[in-house]
Design a protein around this ligand. Structure first.
Ligand code: ZN
Length: 224
């Protein structure tokens, strides 16, 4: 992926700050890291948040440790037979900010090798394992041009990054690199537009709340 110049939709400042502070679950961190890899403005902002966080840490007065703390640390450390292997669920933001392809380790063969699971006419998805240390769901959704997702809100925040194609909804027009940072207040029905399927990377932490009968009927099948 190369940097894009015309990104119009970015994460909310609070979301970006949480990302820089390492407070996002893995699913959301992957989405934000991927957007940041495409968006120079957010890359700068994330670095600023990191600097602020580092400055805050330096300003904190050190607290004296218990005199036996070091002994008890070594007593516990000494019981380990070997160094622990790196955990697969490393703290979410270990995706380096300067990595150009945060998604690469999740999609080793790229977007074109994905085995999509059809969930409705014109709609396919694949769930990407990214449970991390806090629950969240990371998925890719492919929506054919002209297909509209039934109107819904979200049980919690939802991050959607457009990787290919474009869609339009009540919030605006979204194209590659744009990120929709939505909370439970937003009611929308995204419609894929253009000539190619819209492929989105989506992180959710709670099921969608469909407002239409059709949406509720298909929800158990599409797993959104
Ligand atoms: Zn941005």
């Amino acid at each position: 992926m190369t940097a894009l110049s015309e990104i119009r939709h970015h994460p909310k400042p609070l979301t970006l700050a949480a990302y820089a502070a390492g407070n996002l679950d893995e699913a959301r961190a992957v989405v934000i890291a991927t957007h940041v890899s495409l968006c120079a403005a957010c890359r700068l902002a994330a670095r600023d948040y990191e600097s602020i966080g580092a400055a805050c840490l330096e300003a904190v007065d050190p607290v004296a440790m218990n005199a036996s703390a070091l002994d008890s640390f070594w007593a516990r450390a000494g019981k380990q037979e070997r160094a622990m292997a790196p955990a697969s669920a490393i703290a979410a933001n270990d995706f380096a900010l300067d990595a150009a392809h945060p998604l690469a380790s999740y999609l080793k063969d790229g977007l074109d090798a994905i085995e999509w699971r059809p969930v409705a006419p014109g709609l396919a998805q694949v769930v990407i394992p990214a449970e991390g240390y806090r629950p969240g769901v990371l998925r890719l959704l492919k929506v054919s041009p002209g297909v509209q997702i039934p109107r819904h809100t979200h049980g919690d925040e939802e991050l959607t990054l457009i990787l290919r194609g474009s869609y339009t909804d009540e919030v605006g027009d979204f194209a590659r690199g744009d990120l929709a940072d939505l909370d439970g207040e937003v009611l929308h029905a995204p419609l894929a537009v253009g000539d190619e399927p819209c492929i989105c990377l989506i992180a959710t932490s709670a099921p969608l709340r469909f407002r239409t009968i059709f949406g509720r009927l298909v929800q158990p099948f599409i797993g959104l």
